[in-house]
Design a protein around this ligand. Structure first.
Ligand SMILES: [Zn+2]
Length: 275
């Protein structure tokens, strides 16, 4: 209160000059805080203190809000790979939001060090708005600009569960954590296997894909009791519709059988007089 009263007595130009001095001080402190973040990360100190990530450490131990913590961690990561940015931060030519923006965009573009330095120079020439900066950077790195914004309402219990889930997944960002979680729930579309469907023998890539799909076990299932053969030896790639009957060498028509079951299936076909 007393301080606010003192400010009331300051002349305009002094008030402005003092504010500028404070901001200079603020920039120097920011650079120092980021250097400390970096050292904590390099020592993995947060693990020792019982946090799964630097992000959780920054929120729970240091008391930052989630967004503030994330911005500082992003900024630190960019400084780590682009030390050229440090004097700019100290001098106040590069603010925290642009620094964290640089990191997000550079990560998305998988930028090289030279590109990061170039991107840095794009931003520190003149002060621009956050949106202008993002547009400029995305343009430089030739990145798509479209991103979906989803607002989700949840109760406190769910929110706490989500925080725990993120920690367990090792992702601080909601989008990255959600992606990991979804990928664990949804089967990925099958990789396109380059294989001539008219060739009889499955190629290396198709064979690898089939074995992976079969978890390296024979896929024969007894039609009467539903028992699956678990044999892991002498596995062969077999055509469901036999090759000589026009069955193609494509993933959907292939299965993995052990040698014995391959022979059994062959015998059954012989019994049905398909030859
Ligand atoms: Zn078998």
């Amino acid at each position: 209160m007393g301080r606010a009263m003192n400010l009331k007595n300051l002349r305009n130009e002094v008030l402005v000059q003092n504010t500028k001095n404070l901001i200079k001080e603020e920039n120097r402190i920011l650079a120092k805080v980021l250097a400390h973040f970096l050292e904590i990360e390099e020592r993995k100190l947060y693990l020792e203190l019982g946090y799964g990530s630097l992000f959780l450490f920054a929120v729970k131990e240091l008391g930052y809000s989630e967004a503030s913590a994330q911005r500082r961690i992003d900024a630190m990561r960019f400084l780590k790979k682009t030390p050229e940015a440090r004097p700019m931060v100290e001098k106040g030519n590069l603010n925290l939001s642009n620094l964290s923006l640089l990191e997000r965009v550079s990560r998305e573009a998988q930028a090289t060090h030279a590109q990061n330095v170039a991107a840095l120079n794009l931003l520190h020439e003149e002060p621009i708005s956050a949106l202008e900066a993002e547009t400029k950077l995305r343009g430089y790195f030739k990145l798509e600009t479209k991103k979906r914004v989803v607002r989700i309402e949840m109760d406190e219990e769910t929110y706490q569960l989500w925080l725990e889930t993120k920690a367990k997944l090792g992702e601080a960002k909601d989008s990255a954590a959600l992606k990991k979680l979804c990928e664990s729930q949804v089967e990925k579309p099958q990789k396109k296997v380059r294989q001539n469907p008219k060739t009889r023998v499955a190629g290396v890539v198709l064979r690898r894909e089939l074995l992976k799909e079969a978890e390296h076990r024979c896929e024969y299932v007894n039609p009467i009791n539903g028992q699956r053969c678990e044999n892991q030896h002498f596995l062969q790639c077999d055509h469901k519709i036999p090759y000589f009957l026009g069955g193609k060498t494509v993933q959907q028509n292939m299965r993995v059988l052990c040698r014995q079951h391959n022979q059994l299936v062959y015998q059954d076909l012989k019994g049905e007089n398909v030859f």
